[in-house]
Design a protein around this ligand. Structure first.
Ligand code: ZN
Length: 413
C-alpha cells in the first residue's frame, strides 16, 4: 500500500472477533445471540466497554441502538457513521454483522494509535435486531432510526413466547434516552461479509456494493377449524396445516419460475396450532421471503404469491391473509459513497469489484436518510447463517483498510 495509506492492526481485530465469538456460543463454532437476550446484553456490555476504553462517548437510543462517538476537531459537524449488528440467527456465525461493528471499532483504535484527529466526529453504531430471529420485522433498530417504524410498534412487538420488546429492552438495560434519529449522519458506511460465494470464487477481496435485490417478507396466517382426525370426513375438513403445505410448495414453484433471472423464494418458518396428534390444525402461520434483482419482477412475484394463497385456500377449504409485510432493497446506495470508496481503493492500489447485495442490511434503512455505501468482504464458500461461517483475516483486511481510509477521507471533508 502507498505510504500515506493507514493500516489497521489485523491481529487486534482478529482477537476482538474471537472474543466476541465466545459470547452466546452454540455448539463448537456457532452463535445463538438473539436480540435482547442475556447473550445480547453481555455482547453489548462488552462492546460499550471496548468503545469507552477507546475514548468514545456512548449513547443509547429508545430502541437500544448504540452510538459510540469519537469526537471531531469541529464536534458540531454531523458525523461519519459506520456499523452493523451484533445479534445473530439461532444458528449464526461469528462474523455476520459482528465484523462490521468490530471493524468500525478497529478504525477508531487505529486512529488513536496514530494520534490522527479528524475534522468531523466518527460514530460506530450497533443496530438492534437486524436478523429478525426473535422479533419481527428484521432491521427493527435501523428502520426505527430512519423513521420507517414507529417507536410504539417496535416496543410493542412480541417474540414467539409473547415477551414484549420494550420489556426485554428494559430488562437488559438498553432502553436508552436518545430520541430516534437524533444523530444526523453526514454519510454511513457498512462493511459486511458477502454471505454469498462470488468474491470467494473469483478471488477478489473487496466488493463495492452498487445495488441490492428487492426483497419482501410476508407473514401469512392460515385459518381452519379443529376437528377429530378420526370421524371427520375428508370433505368436511378445514386443516390449516394442509393449506399451509399447498402454499409452501407453490411459493417454492414461484421461486423456480423466476430462477433463470435470479429470483428466489423461501418459506423459512411455519408454526401451527394446536400442533398435536389427534386434532386437525386450527391455524398455521408462515413466514415467506422472496427477492429478485429486478424490482418490477419482485412486484410480480408478490402478485403470484397472493394468487397462490387463493388457490391453496380453496384447495384446503381454509382462509389465508397477509398479517405482516416488509420490504427492503429500493436502490438505497449513494453514487457519491460508491465513488469515494472506489477512488480510495484505487489510490491504495486495492483491487475490488462492483457487486450486488443479495441479503438485507441495516444500511438499506439508513440509505433513506443519509448517503450510504457498503463494502463486502469474502466468506469461505459464501456460507452464512450457519455455524460453519468462516472468514480469512488476510482476505478481510483489504476491506477493513478501505473502510478506515474512506472514513478518514470523508471525516476530513
Ligand atoms: Zn448481517
Amino acid at each position: 500500500m502507498p505510504k500515506n495509506a493507514l493500516e489497521v492492526n489485523g491481529n487486534r481485530l482478529w482477537e476482538t472477533l474471537e472474543a466476541s465469538g465466545e459470547i452466546g456460543k452454540l455448539r463448537d463454532t456457532g452463535l445463538r445471540r438473539l436480540p435482547l437476550s442475556d447473550a445480547d446484553k453481555e455482547m453489548r456490555d462488552t462492546f460499550c466497554t471496548w468503545a469507552r476504553q477507546a475514548g468514545c462517548t456512548v449513547t443509547v437510543d429508545q430502541v437500544g441502538n448504540i452510538f459510540a462517538r469519537r469526537a471531531g476537531i469541529d464536534d458540531s459537524l454531523p458525523p461519519i457513521a459506520t456499523g452493523s449488528h451484533l445479534d445473530t440467527q439461532m444458528c449464526g456465525g461469528k462474523y455476520d454483522g459482528v465484523l462490521g461493528v468490530m471493524s468500525g471499532l478497529e478504525v477508531l483504535r487505529t486512529l488513536n494509535d496514530r494520534g490522527v484527529e479528524t475534522k468531523r466526529p466518527i460514530e460506530v453504531v450497533v443496530w438492534t435486531n437486524e436478523e429478525g430471529a426473535r422479533f419481527t420485522p428484521p432491521m427493527q433498530g435501523s428502520l426505527a432510526f430512519a423513521g420507517d417504524l414507529s417507536l410504539t410498534d417496535v416496543l410493542g412487538s412480541r417474540d414467539a413466547d409473547g415477551m414484549r420488546f420494550g420489556d426485554e429492552l428494559r430488562r437488559i438495560g438498553y432502553d436508552g434516552a436518545a430520541e430516534l434519529g437524533q444523530s444526523k449522519f453526514e454519510s454511513y458506511l457498512e462493511l459486511h461479509i458477502e454471505q454469498g460465494p462470488i468474491l470467494d470464487r473469483i478471488g477478489i477481496d473487496i466488493g463495492v456494493v452498487v445495488s441490492g435485490f428487492k426483497s419482501r417478507g410476508l407473514k401469512i396466517a392460515v385459518s381452519g377449524n379443529t376437528a377429530h382426525v378420526g370421524p371427520t370426513p375428508m370433505d368436511e375438513r378445514q386443516n390449516a396445516l394442509v393449506g399451509a403445505a399447498y402454499l409452501i410448495t407453490e411459493v417454492d414453484a414461484i421461486g423456480w419460475r423466476h430462477h433463470p433471472q435470479g429470483g428466489k423464494t423461501t418459506t423459512a418458518r411455519i408454526s401451527c396450532f394446536p400442533n398435536l396428534p389427534g386434532i386437525i390444525a386450527e391455524s398455521a402461520e408462515l413466514t415467506v421471503d422472496f427477492r429478485h434483482p429486478d424490482p418490477d419482477a419482485a412486484d410480480k412475484m408478490l402478485a403470484e404469491v397472493k394468487a397462490a394463497m387463493v388457490t391453496a385456500s380453496e384447495k384446503a377449504n381454509v382462509s389465508m391473509e397477509i398479517v405482516e409485510s416488509w420490504m427492503f432493497g429500493d436502490n438505497p446506495f449513494s453514487d457519491a459513497c460508491i465513488q469515494t470508496l472506489e477512488e480510495t481503493a484505487d489510490s491504495m492500489g486495492l483491487s475490488y469489484m462492483e457487486i450486488r447485495s443479495q441479503a438485507g442490511h441495516d444500511a438499506y434503512a439508513i440509505g433513506k436518510i443519509a448517503p450510504m455505501g457498503m463494502i463486502f468482504t469474502p466468506c469461505n464458500g459464501g456460507v452464512s447463517h450457519n455455524v460453519q461461517e468462516e472468514i480469512e483475516l488476510d482476505r478481510t483486511l483489504p476491506g477493513v483498510n478501505l473502510l478506515l481510509n474512506t472514513i478518514v477521507k470523508m471525516a476530513n471533508r
